[in-house]
Design a protein around this ligand. Structure first.
Ligand SMILES: [Zn+2]
Length: 364
């Protein structure tokens, strides 16, 4: 794995000065671990490492996380060590009541403010925070979304950062459950929710399983995005992106790590004005690419794809902020590329008015 060095502090700081927008960022994956540690300390009760390693073996010995360092260390080799859904239990278990959801929404806004991100389309899977998720919540899906939106309003008042929500379907659920999630999202269309998403473990749950759920949004104001071609083979990835666009009518595609190899898909993306939500450091850290240059984002942008750069889960590994992603790409492709992707994020945002876009264009 070839990770950028981040040694050029002057360049890194110059990027930190830029106002940015994030279109692909998971709420639970972006809560600073310090905030989580303080939360668990305050609440009392115990915090545990995941039950199993990623290969299915049970963890031996004491799983309790007793020190701040142990919690921070959880970020090392996260997805190679533990199951991808399991590690998110640490943040999601801190988001099971109305008050906790609001606290974490404010914490998310605060994190975005520290990153100079002025607008975010933040996604989360309400299932994990509702009674259905089995993590202690007694809330309905509607209550989860409603309280979250209240929290983001409070966060906006404190920080000035505007957050719109994308509701993710955690793809391990059955299709009826997925429809239930979409129904709840539709209740909040034009009240803070701007779209739906298909997320989590891709190999076992291809997009075609969610046609009915996605179809519920076809005549609604909600947009659609799909995590596709992230965790699967090149062939399967190509199929999943194609299905997401043609069957689920995606307006955005998260990842698509092999897109550069498929002229037909590139054409589909361009013709349908579909935004590419790329997450280079996430792909690198999770081992889906060996080098961020493998994504060929410069060639894609030159071919007319609306390439946007995103942090995905910036707190789940080190050096994962949006600015680190921009650093790696800026060093590869130069300042003009960075200008293009920052502008693309404004142009392809779903929750900004034309006036707001104009203001951001002038400031970015
Ligand atoms: Zn993601």
């Amino acid at each position: 794995m070839k990770k950028p060095s981040f040694e050029d502090h002057t360049y890194l700081n110059s990027l930190r000065q830029r106002q940015t927008c994030a279109l692909h960022i998971h709420w639970d994956g972006s809560i600073p671990f310090g905030t989580l540690w303080n939360f668990y300390q305050r609440r009392g009760g115990k915090l545990f490492l995941p039950e199993r390693y990623s290969d299915g073996r049970l963890l031996e010995g004491d799983r309790e996380i007793k020190t701040r360092k142990q919690l921070y260390d959880l970020r090392d080799g996260l997805f190679s060590k533990y199951g991808i859904v399991d590690v998110f239990e640490v943040p999601t278990r801190a988001m099971q009541t109305a008050a906790d959801l609001k606290t974490m929404a404010r914490a998310h806004c605060h994190y975005l403010q520290t990153q100079n991100i002025v607008y975010a389309e933040t996604r989360f899977a309400p299932w994990y925070h509702a009674q259905e998720g089995g993590r202690g919540s007694t809330l309905t899906l509607d209550e989860v979304i409603g309280y979250s939106l209240e929290g983001f309003e409070q966060g906006k008042e404190k920080t000035g950062v505007k957050v719109k929500l994308i509701v993710s379907i955690n793809r391990e659920v059955a299709s009826e459950a997925a429809e239930k999630i979409v129904k709840a999202s539709l209740h909040f269309a034009e009240r803070g929710v701007v779209g739906i998403d298909l997320a989590c473990y891709e190999p076992a749950s291809p997009p075609e399983l969610f046609e009915n759920a996605f179809a519920r949004t076809f005549d609604s104001p909600l947009k659609r995005t799909v995590h596709a071609d992230e965790m699967v083979s090149e062939e399967e990835g190509k199929k999943n992106v194609h299905t997401a666009i043609t069957l689920l009518r995606a307006n955005g595609i998260g990842h698509a790590v092999h897109l550069h190899k498929n002229p037909g898909l590139i054409q589909l993306m361009v013709e349908n004005h579909i935004r590419l939500e790329s997450n280079p450091i996430s792909n690198l850290t999770c081992g889906f690419i060996r080098d961020i240059a493998d994504l060929h984002l410069d060639t894609l942008a030159k071919q007319g794809v609306k390439v946007t750069i995103n942090p995905d889960d910036p707190q789940m590994w080190k050096m994962g902020d949006l600015v680190h992603n921009l650093y790696g790409l800026g060093k590869l492709y130069g300042g003009q590329f960075i200008d293009t992707v920052l502008r693309n994020a404004i142009e392809s945002a779903w929750g900004l008015s034309d006036e707001e876009k104009q203001v951001l264009r002038e400031q970015t």
